[in-house]
Write a protein that binds this ligand. Structure first.
Ligand SMILES: Nc1ncnc2c1ncn2[C@@H]1O[C@H](COP(=O)(O)OP(=O)(O)O)[C@@H](O)[C@H]1O
Ligand SMILES: [Mg+2]
Length: 419
C-alpha cells in the first residue's frame, strides 16, 4: 500500500484497501487538453492546477485521486464548482477517460476495458441520475423509465411491469402516460431516478441531482432518497456542493479542491476536524448538533442496577454514590427503566419485601439509539429529568447522555469565557 502514501499528495492518511471496497481508485489523473502524458512527467506533476494551466494550457480535472468506497455506502463528493466532482463521477463509467491511474469496480479494472466490455459493464452495474434530468422528451414517463431495459433488449410487457413498479416507488403512479415536459422539475427528477432504478443497478451515480429544485421540493426528495436507501442499500455516489445535503445523506464525504481530495471521512469527522481552511470554510455554518450522535458522546452511568438486585442493596449503593435515581437492566442487559431512591424506600416499607426490583416500581423513560443526532436529543432532554439511556436495536443498554454532555459537546472549543 506504500504507493498510496505519495509524499506529494496533501492526502496522507489513506484508508487501507479492504476487501469490502467495491470501488478502488488509485492514482487517478485527468488532464484536459493536448498530450496529457507530458504533464504526468516528473517536472510538471507536482505543480498546482493553476501553474500547470499557465505553463501548458492544459486543465487539471483530477489530480492523484485515491479513494476506496465500500458496498452499500452513501458516498458524497463535495467541493466548489470546478473542483472535479463531475470529472470523478463520470470517470467511474468512463464517460470521462482518465489520463492515468486505475479504477477497479467489483474487482474489475474498468480502465482496461474495451468499448464492448465497457458498455456491458455500464448496463449491468450502473444507474446514473443527472442534474438536468436527461429525459427523452418524445417518450412518455413510462417509456423513459423503461428505457434502460429496452436497450438491454427486454420484451415490452416485462420492462413495462418493472418500470411501473419503480415509478410507484418514486411516487409517480398515475403519471405513466404523461410526457416529461408537462411535469414539474421535482417530478421530472423522479422520472430520472426511476429510470436509473428500473435497471436495478448495483451502483447509483447522482451528479447534483437536486440542485435545480426548489428548496422545499429538494428537502422532500432528500428525505425520500434516505428512506429509499434504507430499503435498497445500494452503493450511491452523490455529488453536491451543499453541505447540509451532504450531512443529511452521506455515510462518508470526500471533499475536492482543484481536482484533489483534501479530506475524506465521516460527516462528523469533516465537521469537527476540518483538515484545512478550505474545508473549514465549507463547514463554517454546519451545526455539530446535526452530525454528532448520541453514540459519540455517551458515557457510562455512575451506577447500573440489575433487576434481580434486592431493594436494600440497590438503595445502599445509590446512597454511597450519592445518586437519587439509577438505570435498571435485566440479565441480557436490556434496559428496563429508571428507579428512584423514593420508590426503593417504598418497596422496603412493604410488609413483604420483593427479592428484586419489580417492573411496577420502574419509571419508563424514552430511549435513543447510538445514531440519534444531538438535534433530536434536545426535545427529549427538555421533557425528561433523567439522563437519556442509549440502547441498541435490541434494547440493550449502551450508555447514557446527559443534558450537560449535550451542551458541552456543541459549545465552542474556546469555551473558557463561558464560565
Ligand atoms: N471537457 C472539458 N474540457 C476542458 N476542461 C474541462 C472539461 N470538463 C471539465 N473541465 C475542467 O475540469 C475542471 C473540473 O471540472 P468538473 O469536473 O466539471 O468540476 P465540478 O463538477 O466540481 O464543477 C474544471 O476546471 C473544468 O473547467
Ligand atoms: Mg459538476
Amino acid at each position: 500500500m506504500s504507493d498510496q502514501n505519495l509524499s506529494n499528495g496533501s492526502f496522507g492518511d489513506l484508508p487501507e484497501t479492504r476487501d469490502e471496497s467495491q470501488i478502488v481508485i488509485k492514482d487517478l489523473w485527468k488532464i484536459y487538453g493536448r498530450d496529457p502524458k507530458r504533464i504526468l512527467k516528473k517536472e510538471l506533476r507536482n505543480l498546482s492546477k493553476e501553474e500547470i494551466q499557465k505553463k501548458t494550457g492544459c486543465i487539471v480535472g483530477m489530480k492523484n485521486i485515491n479513494l476506496n468506497i465500500e458496498k452499500g455506502k452513501f458516498y458524497i463528493l463535495m467541493g466548489l464548482s470546478g473542483s472535479g466532482k463531475s470529472t470523478l463521477v463520470r470517470s467511474l463509467i468512463r464517460l470521462v477517460n482518465p489520463s492515468s491511474g486505475s479504477i477497479t469496480i467489483n474487482g474489475e479494472n474498468i480502465t482496461k476495458m474495451n468499448h464492448e466490455q465497457l458498455l456491458q459493464f455500464r448496463r449491468k452495474t450502473f444507474g446514473m441520475v443527472f442534474q438536468h434530468y436527461g429525459l427523452l422528451p418524445h417518450l412518455t414517463v413510462l417509456d423513459n423509465a423503461a428505457y434502460g431495459l429496452k436497450v438491454k433488449g427486454m420484451p415490452k410487457g416485462e420492462r413495462y411491469a418493472k418500470a411501473m413498479r419503480t415509478l410507484e416507488t418514486v411516487g409517480l403512479k398515475g403519471w405513466e402516460d404523461y410526457y416529461p415536459g408537462s411535469l414539474s422539475g421535482g417530478m421530472q427528477q423522479r422520472v430520472g431516478l426511476a429510470r436509473a432504478l428500473t435497471n436495478d443497478p448495483e451502483i447509483l451515480l447522482m451528479d447534483e441531482p437536486f440542485s435545480g429544485l426548489d428548496p422545499l421540493i429538494r428537502r422532500q426528495m432528500q428525505d425520500e432518497l434516505v428512506e429509499l436507501q434504507e430499503k435498497m442499500q445500494k452503493t450511491i455516489i452523490f455529488v453536491t456542493h451543499d453541505l447540509h445535503e451532504a450531512l443529511k445523506l452521506g455515510d462518508r464525504i470526500a471533499i475536492l479542491r482543484n481536482g484533489e481530495i483534501v479530506q475524506e471521512g465521516t460527516p462528523e469527522e469533516i465537521v469537527t476536524q476540518p483538515a484545512d481552511a478550505y474545508v473549514q470554510e465549507f463547514v463554517r455554518d454546519a451545526s455539530p448538533a446535526k452530525v454528532l450522535t448520541a453514540g459519540s458522546i455517551m458515557e457510562e452511568p455512575h451506577i447500573l442496577l440489575y433487576a434481580w438486585e434486592g431493594p436494600k442493596t440497590a438503595l445502599t449503593l445509590m446512597h454511597s454514590k450519592k445518586r437519587k435515581s439509577a438505570f435498571v437492566i435485566n440479565k441480557s442487559r436490556k434496559f428496563l427503566g429508571v428507579v428512584t431512591t423514593g420508590s426503593l424506600e417504598r418497596l422496603l416499607a412493604l410488609p413483604e419485601r420483593p427479592s428484586g426490583i419489580p417492573e411496577s416500581s420502574l419509571k419508563k423513560v424514552s430511549t435513543v439509539t447510538e445514531d440519534t443526532i444531538l438535534e433530536d436529543l434536545f426535545s427529549i432532554v427538555s421533557e425528561n429529568p433523567y439522563p437519556i439511556p442509549v440502547v441498541d436495536e435490541n434494547g440493550k443498554f449502551k450508555g447514557k447522555v446527559t443534558t450537560d454532555q449535550i451542551f458541552e459537546s456543541i459549545s465552542p472549543l474556546e469555551g473558557d469565557e463561558h464560565v
